[in-house]
Design a protein around this ligand. Structure first.
Ligand code: ZN
Length: 101
């Protein structure tokens, strides 16, 4: 496999929603940059949200989402743990319906 920048070829690329873990076509995903400056693409891995989660996130203050991502150790823990924490943090008022491993 030749190494290439992941954003060099957008077509037919699949991404994973950071909120629910759903895999979807990149063109159908909303780009989410937890660092807040999506124009600086150096040495960064972009996060993606599927449209339902993107809508859900828009219902809460942006600052709250950032805090939630930080609290969930975004980028500092493995993806499975992060997703689990993120879901728990974003569903305070409902029982997290996450399959036990
Ligand atoms: Zn999602």
């Amino acid at each position: 496999m030749p190494s290439s920048t992941p954003w060099g070829r957008d077509a037919d690329q699949e991404v994973t929603c950071i909120a629910c873990g759903e895999t979807l076509a990149r063109e159908d995903a909303r780009e989410y940059d937890k660092h807040g400056d999506r124009w600086n693409r150096e040495d960064k891995t972009f996060e993606y949200l599927c449209k339902p989660c993107d809508r859900a996130c828009c219902h809460q203050p942006r600052d709250g989402l950032e805090a939630t991502l930080v609290a969930a150790d975004a980028g500092r823990t493995d993806r499975k743990t992060f997703l689990r924490r993120f879901c728990e943090l974003t569903t305070d008022d409902t029982e997290p319906n996450w399959p036990e491993s």
